[in-house]
Design a protein around this ligand. Sequence first.
Ligand SMILES: [Zn+2]
Length: 295
Amino acid sequence: MSEPTETRKQRAARRAGEFPPAPEPLPRPVLDSHTHLDITVSEAGVPGGGPGDDPVAVAIEVAAAVGVDRLVQVGVDVASSRWGADVAEKYPAVLATVALHPNEAPRLADLDEALREIETLAARDRVRGVGETGMDFYRTGDQGRAAQEESFRAHIAIAKRYGKALVIHDRDAHADVLRVLDDEGAPDTVVLHCFSGDAEFAAECVRRGHLLSFAGTVTFGSAAALREAAALTPIDQILVETDAPYLTPMPHRGRPNASYLIPLTVRSLAATTGADLDELCAAISATGDRVFGPW
Ligand SMILES: [Zn+2]
């Protein structure tokens, strides 16, 4: 006999009760440079709001209440990219990026067709970035790597054609990401989402003028190398993100994540870098506007 399976709706309702309490608001507004509202809502519901409320509007409101007044909604396949582009047209606080995730691209029956769809979406005004694309050697094995690299190259070309920021997912693939960027020629604006390198890789990305977006991982006890990387990154090359519903910052690791928890990561970054909190917020905000704005 098998256990009764929890439906997606039941799971979302159960997890919605696990959202951490709201942190102390930031002194100045910042953005969440990388979030997956669609996945958050379907996997974990929303932190607050009643049954009839629009979950996206609630997520925006709850985040704005602690000083996170702008969100970048990130696509991982054609459906989520289209969803994000539509949401960005509807809500002034949201801008979108569109892409096929590096773990998704090798699984597609028709990569070229999917890339054509992404290119069509990339042309839309409220879509300000192409990503998350890149390379992931952790989840994709040898057999998928050729398709992953082909997809990454195509996304770089799309970002350049439409003058949008390139948002890179890099997992265990630092050297190969730089190799492909060098080979194709990097777009003007490159964001390394959920930066996961050490000080040496951070220094190289900084030298190239890329932006390093730090997620809740920077607050984890095991992340000394990442904090070293953050500490050497100039304040005007730092972005901050949730990657929600994943990577919830300490002290709430393991519970669902959402944009309203960004203040925990920003405060941790201020402590790590020695930056004044007010100045760090102002710098992150200005960088967000420069990279993705105007909202
Ligand atoms: Zn992501």
